[in-house]
Ligand binder design. Structure first.
Ligand code: SAJ
Length: 476
């Protein structure tokens, strides 16, 4: 334990005043959960009064949530802590000087994953503001997903430069990655185990003191800051890898003329104590802001910041290959659509395509990095006319999204289902055929939502991910 820092923390006493930098889907729930703790006097939510996000300050101080979508318990909690005077949102970063602990929940997206170069602009800005305003004995915690090596590297350097202090002596520094999922923010923070990684033991201990009171079910898992960064990026890398594995299996099953869902059921049946296959679901691709970038954070950590790596000669990273397979799936849907149109005696040029589902995940309005966009771009390059339907999304930059399914289906030559929204599960082939006015309309099922035999019996040309048993069916 570092004696200088321990002495400073002891003098400061228990954490009572907290600052949270970044009023987003991670910062807001954690700020109000901290504020609701009995031992906490005050929590400041720090938000720059920028054109794009400054509106959040007033909304939050009026007890309203600026987050989209349903977040059970969040708005009531914001109102409660604002009313109690225990939470306030502000753009006055000097108040960081009043805080015993400051957390930063600022994302680091990739400008271009291929060159493994994250965009640290916002994070650096936040770190500079914290460094400039914090006092001795403050605990600083980075919560957003970052490249392994960032906390004890560039983040430490900026904080030390701006504050003139030394990390591990004058202030504590840690990484405690967020593991929240949209729609369950409050519950996730309270119930998930919390990885807490300090640059030294004293920092880990202080960060444990900060997060323990938040946990209702979860427990603290202490480790080093870099191990915490690897844990977070790797937990999503592994999910992406699992999805890629079943996507590759689906492509194999198509080539071998079998049904991947039969195989999946068979594989999933092998389970007993300590034995599992955790096989996921093949699909039209992987979207979202977690799985599409965290692999590249991990790769950057080991490739750019790590030491010499012993790895099979000339072989690509398994994890990056998994990313490539998942990013290939929208192209596979494109290829299935072309094959379907050919079966129906059509070419893609001038074809009317009904793209069903713009959100990246089921029954959600979240379209970040949606695989549908890759498909739409590819179809437009091939001079097809694409109409997009999504019951959950009203707008998306540069894309017209139709809420009325009939409008999108009218006169369409082919349908491509990209998102497993509930309302696509009861598509009626007779109604669709009447709208599409085609003898053999094409349907490409990217999420296994329709009954292949039912559509084939009604004269559709059916193509489905992993449906090698049906994709070459005779026309009826
Ligand atoms: N997907 C598949 N097959 C599957 C599962 C997902 O193709 O079997 C696709 C989805 O359609 C989507 C993408 O992958 O396009 C991502 O889906 P996701 O369920 O992983 O959703 P995310 O991106 O919101 O992932 C988040 C992550 N949570 C955090 O980073 C805190 C991830 O770690 C969680 O495992 C995931 O939520 C979850 O389980 O809900």
């Amino acid at each position: 334990m570092n004696s200088i820092l321990s002495g400073l923390l002891k003098k400061r006493g228990p954490i009572r005043r907290i600052g949270v930098v970044g009023m987003g889907y991670v910062g807001i729930p954690s700020a109000v959960l901290f504020a609701d703790l009995p031992g906490i006097e005050k929590v400041y939510g720090f938000q720059r009064a920028s054109k794009t996000s400054g509106y959040k300050i007033e909304m939050l101080n009026c007890g309203e949530s600026p987050l989209k979508g349903e977040e059970p318990g969040l708005e009531e909690l914001i109102g409660k802590v604002v009313e109690a005077g225990k939470f306030a949102c502000t753009s006055d970063f000097s108040k960081i000087g009043e805080c015993d602990a400051v957390t930063l929940a600022i994302q680091t997206p990739f400008r271009n994953p291929k060159d493994l170069e994250p965009d640290f602009t916002a994070l650096f800005e936040g770190l500079r503001l914290v460094g400039k305003n914090m006092e001795q004995g403050t605990l600083v915690v980075l919560e957003s997903t970052i490249t392994p090596g960032t906390t004890s590297g560039i983040a430490r350097e900026i904080l030390e430069k701006e504050s003139g202090m030394i990390a591990g002596e004058d202030f504590a520094l840690a990484h405690a990655p967020e593991r929240v999922m949209v729609g369950r923010l409050i519950r996730n923070i309270q119930e998930h185990d919390r990885i807490v990684g300090g640059i030294d033991e004293t920092s880990t201990t202080r960060a444990t003191e900060l997060y323990s009171p938040l946990l209702t079910k979860g427990k603290i898992i202490p480790m080093t800051a870099t191990a915490a960064e690897v844990t977070k990026t790797a937990e999503n890398t592994f999910r992406d890898l699992q999805i890629a594995a079943v996507n590759e299996l689906a492509l194999y099953c198509e080539a071998m003329g079998i049904n991947v869902y039969d195989v999946r059921e068979g594989i999933a049946s092998l389970k007993e104590e300590g034995v599992t296959r955790a096989i996921l679901w093949p699909g039209a691709g992987v979207g979202g802001h977690c799985l599409t970038k965290d692999t590249y954070h991990l790769e950057r950590g080991v490739k750019v910041l790590g030491g010499p790596l012993d790895y099979p000669e000339g072989k690509d990273s398994l994890f990056v290959l998994a990313r490539n397979i998942n990013d290939f799936m929208p192209k596979h849907i494109f290829n299935l659509t072309i094959a379907g149109l050919e079966r129906a005696g059509k070419t893609v040029e001038g074809a009317n395509i009904a793209l069903l589902g713009w959100a990246f995940t089921t029954n959600s309005a979240d379209a970040r990095n949606t695989p549908s966009e890759l498909y739409r771009n590819r179809m437009r390059e091939a001079k097809a006319i694409v109409k997009v339907h999504d019951p959950w999304i009203t707008e998306y930059p540069g894309v017209e999204i139709e809420k009325d399914l009939a409008v999108v289906l009218e006169g369409a030559d082919a349908i491509a289902i990209f998102t497993g929204h509930s309302e696509y599960y009861d598509l009626d082939p007779v109604f669709l055929k009447m709208l599409m006015q085609e003898k053999h309309p094409v349907i490409v099922d990217g999420r296994n939502v329709v009954d292949a035999d039912l559509f084939i019996r009604n004269g559709f040309v059916y193509k489905g991910i992993g449906r090698g048993d049906k994709n070459l069916h005779p026309l009826q």
